[in-house]
Design a protein around this ligand. Structure first.
Ligand code: ADP
Ligand code: MG
Length: 697
């Protein structure tokens, strides 16, 4: 691949293409519509659509699709061809402004959480011109938002776009207070680091649990896991390197800034990170990245696992959501500056985030809640379910001194007061060391480490934007009426630090002592999805989203229902898959090995050998006993699955899945895993963890 700059974005209808293909007045009209957020004039839309179609045809497209992000967490598309019949029986390729701007997919099968009555099952998709259209596999993709006919949002994208408006509005008010009038827009920026597993496709196809659930439901630990830490940043194997190369090329064609790739901690685990960009584009790009990870892997005879915990006992996968705020002049608002005023502004934005995270811990927690992510957050794995923030020693000391009203000293120099003197330079590298914190300041941005690897980043980010917008709004309300800005600013920062410093924790988040300490501080610990999700429909949170016009009460309730339902369905499917797996794979394997042992013992007996207390006899009786336990545990699980029908209320049902079905699955798994260690390899029909994790050489 010699010419990456010309490859980059070659399949995207981006600025350069627009400027080249659209008449000047149309381009201008489109741009001003985009920046004002108004609806596009149909005349303009017709011209844009026609240019887009001509460009797409050149790129080999025959179809177009409105691409949207329903509440399933993945993207949806329905392809229509450009063909339009003519009178003489031939066809021409057509695409109208109307088709570009609005689509009406039959949406009755997408989750709506009870929002959409069946008589108005249609939804509609509306073009989101802030994200570029692109061509992939012969289709022109038009990024869209998805609503019900009565206007309620049914997708992940719309609340995200709305939250970006909210934070823009409030951040600009703050900037004005500091005399910054050049910036006319503040956007949140995101760079999501994506973790994933890559295994051989043949192994994948032999594991029904991976096929149906994306994770292994049983599997004994391999002799070697991640304890040697030899995989992290290790040399990339040739097969993986070939996959990564093609993946990069495909991502670049779609204008995705794929930048970093490396091996992760666990065997077969890897990471890909892009250069950060505006949040809604970062979200679209991350969805595409997940799709391409899977499709490119498939071409290489590999399977990409995006589940949060594909293998028990082996590190799970997350998605580190790096987040900051940037002005349209390119200033990063979470970057400590060089002047006293810049620093005071930085401290105000920083304390806004501290306040937001403390006051809305529950929202941040629930935005990363799912059956899959419960295996990471609620378990002995980073980050924990308790939301706290890491600021690093230096910044914490600065905040401490502001709070105490004392001077802060660094290398013999004294710094004091807010907006009076320059802050000491805060080196990036010392702040980035705590890998256990769920929400870490890393020098000029925050890294939210709790989202699961399969998540859309839309959820975490619409919450993050909204809660910070709320804090900024309260700050702006207070400071706009101030008679002495500097004094009141210092007071506000001091007060905020004092009220919310309990959320700051620079220690080891994996340590069991942290759980007690967090409890003492009054921080929330919501280890499971059924515990976290009900917080969504609490009055304080509904009011927040309504106030910032991000979600309505009905929309919140619908989302709550969808997320709960998704949780229950996931465990339900896992339970059924597990029952099947035990019956069709484990029991037959165990029985055939037992049969072999029985035959051996019988033969021994026939030739007059004493078999009592021999190794084979003991082994047989151990396996036979475990098999009985397995059978009882299996019946238990089956009964629990039947009993789920009695739990019709949403929360009650989710709790039953967690407290009964899930625990019974764990119990069954324990027995199956022990049997796996006893049964001879040739009788064990499923590929083992060792075989799967070391399958790509
Ligand atoms: P690491 O966390 O591995 O040290 P970096 O700090 O360079 O690496 O960046 C990790 C991710 O954070 C990358 O995806 C990067 O684009 C993103 N990132 C960097 N700066 C910002 C920012 N201002 N806003 C959002 N994301 C950012
Ligand atoms: Mg990082």
């Amino acid at each position: 691949m010699s010419d990456i700059p010309s490859l980059f974005g070659s399949m995207v209808f981006n600025e350069t293409v627009m400027r080249e293909k659209l008449p000047k007045d149309i381009y201008k009209a489109l741009k001003s519509t985009i920046s004002s957020g108004k609806t596009l004039d149909i005349q303009v839309a017709n011209v844009v659509a026609s240019a887009m179609k001509d460009w797409a045809l050149e790129k080999g497209a025959t179809h177009f699709t409105h691409w949207f992000q329903p509440m399933t967490g993945i993207t949806a598309e329905k392809h229509d061809s450009f063909i339009s019949p003519t009178k003489d029986g031939t066809v021409i390729m057509e695409f109208s402004g109307k088709e570009l701007v609005k689509g009406e997919p039959d949406a009755s099968s997408f989750p709506s959480g009870g929002l959409r009555a069946t008589f108005e099952a249609r939804g509609y998709t509306a073009w989101d011109p802030t994200s570029y259209a692109f061509v992939k596999e012969g289709t022109l993709y038009i990024p869209t938002a998805f609503c019900s006919y009565s206007g309620e949002v049914l997708d992940k994208k719309t609340p995200l776009l709305r939250s970006m408006e909210a934070i823009d509005k409030q951040a600009l008010r703050i900037l004005k207070l500091f005399g910054n009038t050049d910036a006319t827009r503040v956007t949140s920026t995101v760079g999501p680091e994506q973790e994933y597993f890559l295994i051989d496709k043949e192994m994948f196809l032999k594991r029904p649990d991976l096929i149906y659930c994306g994770r292994t439901l049983i599997g004994a630990r391999p002799p070697k896991g991640q304890e040697m830490e030899d995989h992290y940043f290790g040399a990339i194997k040739p097969r993986v390197a070939a996959f990564m190369k093609e993946l990069d090329e495909e991502l670049w064609k779609l204008g995705i800034y794929s930048k970093t790739k490396h091996n992760e901690v666990a065997p077969a685990q890897h990471e890909i990170a892009p250069i950060f960009t505006t949040t809604n584009i970062a979200t679209d790009h991350n969805q595409l990245t997940m799709e391409l990870l899977k499709s490119v892997a498939n071409k290489h005879g590999l399977a990409c696992l995006l589940h949060e915990k594909p293998f028990a006992g082996v590190n799970g996968s997350g998605k580190h959501n790096n987040w900051s705020l940037s002005t349209n002049k390119g200033a990063n608002l979470l970057e400590p500056g060089d002047t006293p005023s810049e620093n005071a502004q930085f401290l105000l934005f920083l304390t806004a985030v501290i306040k937001a995270v403390d006051e809305y811990q529950d929202l941040l927690r629930l935005t990363v809640a799912s059956a899959g992510n419960d295996h990471r957050l609620g378990a002995n794995e980073a980050p924990p379910a308790i939301i706290s923030m890491f600021l690093g020693d230096e910044l914490t000391a600065i905040l401490d001194s502001i709070e105490a009203g004392t001077d802060y000293e660094d290398k013999g120099k004294t710094f004091m007061g807010v907006g009076v003197k320059v802050l000491p330079h805060i080196p990036k590298d010392t702040t980035d060391r705590n890998r256990t914190s769920p929400f870490a300041f890393t020098g000029n941005k925050f890294e939210f480490r709790s989202p699961g690897s399969s998540f859309s980043v839309a959820g975490p980010n619409f919450v993050l934007n909204t809660i910070v917008a709320e804090a900024l709004e309260q700050f702006a309300d207070e400071l706009e009426n101030s008679k002495d800005f500097k004094v009141d600013l210092a007071k506000l920062i001091k007060k905020t630090v004092n009220e919310h410093k309990r959320i700051i924790f620079n220690g080891n988040n994996y340590a069991p002592e942290w759980v007690d300490e967090a409890k003492k501080r009054g921080l929330l610990n919501l280890p499971t999805t059924p515990e976290a999700l009900p917080r969504f429909i609490e009055e304080k949170n509904i009011k927040l989203f309504e106030k910032h016009a991000v979600l309505s009460r009905t929309e919140i309730h619908s989302r709550y229902e969808i997320m709960m339902e998704n949780y229950c369905k996931t465990i339900h499917i896992e339970a059924l898959a597990m029952i099947d797996l035990i019956q069709k794979e484990v029991i037959p394997s165990v029985l055939s090995y037992q049969n072999e042992l029985v035959r051996l013992l019988k033969n021994k007996k026939e030739i007059g050998l004493d078999i009592s207390n021999t190794m084979d006899e003991k082994l047989l009786s151990k396996i036979a006993k475990l098999t009985d336990c397995l059978s009882t545990a299996l019946e238990d699980l089956k009964n629990a699955v039947i009993e789920t029908k009695e739990h019709t209320e949403t929360l009650d049902c989710a709790k039953f899945y967690r407290e009964s079905v899930f625990l019974k699955m764990q119990n069954l798994r324990g027995i199956a895993d022990e049997l796996e260690t006893l049964v001879a390899k040739k009788y064990w029909s499923l590929p083992t963890y060792g075989e799967i994790l070391y399958s790509v050489q």
